[in-house]
Design a protein around this ligand. Structure first.
Ligand code: FES
Length: 151
């Protein structure tokens, strides 16, 4: 394994995340974790060779609290997060619906660094110039195994 790190700016603070782990953040109302693109090494999250990411929701420390989220890095070229609300887990496309910038996590949702659109944790639009919610990303819920297959 290399000593490579990935940087990500959330809530105007820079966090560094090693390729072999997840950094949990205290961001107010709900937990957040940032995950490098090499998700295969994070507890409860594996990246398959076909590009899909398997999230064993009960094994991911960042998804223990409700609500919460974990960033998966990019899945098939798209920045994606998994958001937990109650017992519902949703893969969210983090590309802003205005002009496609990657939104950043805030204490209560998402914010676009390009023109300032705001979104709730579940992706619902709160303030433009974007005019629609963040999109869900392709995923399948495996109820018995409690796994979300993303991608
Ligand atoms: S690209 Fe997000 S508000 Fe413009």
């Amino acid at each position: 394994m290399t000593a490579e790190t990935t940087s990500f700016d959330a809530s105007r603070r820079a966090f560094l995340v090693g390729t072999c782990g997840v950094a949990a953040l205290a961001t107010g109302g709900f937990g957040t974790a940032l995950l490098a693109d090499d998700a295969w090494a994070a507890k409860g999250i594996k990246r398959r060779k076909n590009g899909k990411v398997v999230v064993r929701v009960d094994k991911v420390p960042a998804l223990k609290s409700d609500p919460s989220r974990v960033l998966l890095g990019t899945v098939k070229g798209t920045p994606v997060a998994v958001v937990r609300e109650g017992d519902s887990y949703t893969a969210l496309n983090l590309r802003c619906t205005h002009q496609g910038a990657t939104v950043e996590g805030t204490s209560d949702g998402w914010s676009c660094p390009l023109h300032g659109s705001k979104f709730a944790l579940d992706g619902d639009l709160e303030r433009g110039p974007a005019d629609s919610n963040l999109a869900e990303f392709t995923s399948r819920w495996r109820r018995k195994k409690r796994r979300l297959i993303v991608g």
